[in-house]
Design a protein around this ligand. Sequence first.
Ligand code: APR
Length: 231
Amino acid sequence: MKHVVVFTGAGISAESGLKTFRGEDGLWEGYRIEDVATPAAWVKDPEMVQHFYNIRRKSVLEAHPNAAHRALVALEKKYRVSIITQNIDDLHERAGSNTVLHLHGLITRSQSSVNPKLTYPINGSEISMGERCELGSQLRPHVVWFGEPVPAMGEAIGMCRTADIFIIIGTSLQVYPAAGLLDEAPENAVKYFVDRQASALSRDRGLICIDEKATVGVPWIVEQLTDSQMD
Ligand code: APR
C-alpha cells in the first residue's frame, strides 16, 4: 500500500467553526501570543492562560468534524494514511482517522507543568487552578507553547520521509519547525496543497496547489486518488 502523509493546520477545522490563527478575525488578532501561549505567560498569569484555553476547549468540544476530515478517513480504504496535525482539536480522531500525530498537543488533555510527558484526560471542559498532577504540580493544557520543544518532531520526520504522496491542508506554513516537514518528504513524492491561498503561500516548492476551501478541495483530491489507485 502506498503511504499518504497528510499535514494539516487550522484551515481544515475552519469550516467546523474553529478559528484559524492568522489573518482577518484570526485568534492572534484578538490576543497577544506572549500573553497566553508562552511559558512566560504561564508564570506571569496562569489564570489568564487557563481561561484562554478553557474557552477554546469548549469550542472544540462543541465542534464537529467536517467533510474534509471525513474524506481523509475514506482514503484509508486504499492507502496507508498518516496524519500529522498542528491542530490541538480532536476532529481527525472523531471523524475516524486511525493514525493522528499531534505536533502541538491536544487541548482535550491536561499536562503536568513540571513533566510534559505526564498527560491526563480532562473531566468536562475546564482545568481549574488547584488541580494537580501525580507529582503535585498544577495541571496546564497539553499544548506546545511558543518557545517550547516539539517532542513529536522526530516521529513526524520519520513519517514524512516514507511518503509516496504528501497532502498539505489549511496551513499558512509560517510556524517552524512544523512547516519544515514539507522539506522532509522525498523529492519524487507527489505533493498537494489545499488552502484558500495555496498558490500565494506555496512559494514554488513543487506543490500542486488547489486554491479551495478544505471541504471542497480535500474530498476532490481523495476522489482522484481513490479512483486512480487499483491495488
Ligand atoms: N479551507 C482551507 N484553508 C483555509 C480555510 C478553509 N476553509 N480557512 C482558512 N484557511 C487557510 C488560510 O488561508 C491559512 O493559510 O488556513 C490557513 C491557516 O493558517 P494559520 O491561521 O496560520 O494556522 P496554522 O498554519 O495551522 O498555524 C500554525 O501556529 O499559532 C500557531 O500553534 C499554532 O498550530 C498553530 C501554528
